[in-house]
Each structure stands twice: as C-alpha cells, then as structure tokens.
Design a binder for this molecule. Structure first.
Ligand code: PRP
Ligand code: URA
Length: 206
C-alpha cells in the first residue's frame, strides 16, 4: 500500500532538496531532516506490549515497543536517511545493502550485503530516497525476505508511478512511504521532475 506523507515541513524541505542550486552540504542536511520527519509517520503503527514498571511513586501499568526495528539503507543514497531516522530509535540495528543500477539496462547489481541476525522478528525499514523503476527496491526487498524478514516497510523520498506499481505487484505485503509522488521517468530512468542523481548530490561525486 502507498502512504504519501503530507506535512508543510516535508513539502518545504523537499522543495529545497529538488532545487538544482542546493549544494552537497545542504542536500545532505535536508535529506536527513526529511527522513527524520518521515520517521514519525512510518513508526505510527509500531506494536506495543503491556508492562508494569515502578515510578518513584509506585506501580505504573504502561507499554513499551514490542518489536525491534532494523534499518537497511540501500547504498549509496540510503545512507543519507539513516541518521535522521535512527535519532528517533537509537537502538535500531542497521544492515547495509550495496546496489547500483546498470546504466544501460537499469537492472540493479548487488555488490555488498551485511544484515543483523534479528531480521525474522524485526520490523525492517528499507531506506532509499529514490523509487524510480522500482528495480533496486524490489530486489532489496526480495533479498531481505530470503534472509527471513517478514515485516518490511519501504521508505523513499520521491517516487514515480512505475516504481510504485512494481513494488505493489512484486511485494503487495510491503507498505510504501513517500514524501513526493512525481509524474514519470525519463528515457534514462530518472524521475521527472525528481531531484537528479541522489547519490551524486549527497556525496558530491558529480
Ligand atoms: C539510485 C537510487 C536507487 C536507484 C533507484 O541508486 O538511490 O537505489 O537508483 O532506481 P530504480 O528504482 O530504477 O532501481 P544508484 O543506482 O544511482 O546508485 P548510487 O546510490 O550508488 O549512486
Ligand atoms: N536514481 C536517482 O538517483 N535518481 C533518479 O531520478 C532515479 C534513480
């Protein structure tokens, strides 16, 4: 299911991220801020369990989070979302998945993976600012399922209809979260109007 998040701060910051004048320093900071704002919404349905604790004045019947959260940034650009989200959940464990799109075929190539061992029991959040053809995110989700993940949320910043359709078809069980839904892909598979190449803008590699 698609969850298109709406908040004036998100809209304002996404505009800054999209601007071609935004330099690497501001791009990095703004992507982190957007991820932090999104974190609040994407965690809204985290399950709680009942517990009883002692306050300085007596017993308190209350609740705490029932399941671990694991963050999986897709390298490179997903790295720019980790800090903003983990600020809200500092004990979340973090796995890494290295992928790049072949420029000719647009097919994802996996070059690195390292996951914590609690994937089967955790709520797994896949982080990548761009959902273009959906090839990278769909492959990432499949790899995580093959490693036992059962509850997966896909957290992207900007998405194209093609990518959303692919995830809904390949992984109908996965919740998709976006801050912006754009019009289309161009002939190179870039989101239009989008924000350009997220990895290059985040790390200043072009
Ligand atoms: C970008 C982006 C996604 C992917 C999206 O990564 O961060 O991972 O493309 O495209 P898709 O939905 O069509 O698969 P890229 O391949 O440019 O790698 P990079 O982050 O290392 O630059
Ligand atoms: N990857 C990006 O970084 N940007 C796009 O628009 C599409 C894929």
């Amino acid at each position: 299911m698609l969850n298109l998040l709406k908040h004036p701060f998100l809209t304002h910051k996404l505009t800054r991220l999209r601007r071609k004048e935004t330099d690497t320093k501001d791009f990095r900071r703004t992507l982190g801020e957007i991820a932090g704002l999104m974190a609040y919404e994407i965690t809204r349905d985290l399950p709680l369990k009942d517990i009883t604790i002692e306050t300085p004045l007596g017993k308190c019947h209350t609740q705490e989070l029932a399941r671990d959260v694991v963050l999986i940034p897709i390298l490179r650009a997903g790295l720019g979302m980790v800090e903003g989200i983990s600020n809200l959940m500092p004990s979340a464990r973090i796995g890494h998945l290295g992928m790049y799109r072949d420029h000719e075929t647009l097919q994802p190539k996996t070059y690195y993976s390292k996951f914590p061992d609690n994937l089967p029991d955790a709520i797994v959040m896949v982080l990548d600012p761009m959902l273009a053809t959906g090839g990278s995110s769909s492959a990432a989700i499949q790899i995580l399922k093959d490693h036992g993940a059962r509850t997966i949320k896909l957290v992207c910043v900007v998405g194209a209809p093609e990518g959303i359709d692919k995830i809904m078809k390949d992984h109908p069980d996965v919740q998709i979260y976006l801050a912006g839904l754009d019009e289309k892909l161009n002939h190179n598979g870039y989101i239009v109007p989008g924000l350009g190449d997220a990895g290059d803008r985040l790390f200043g590699t072009k």
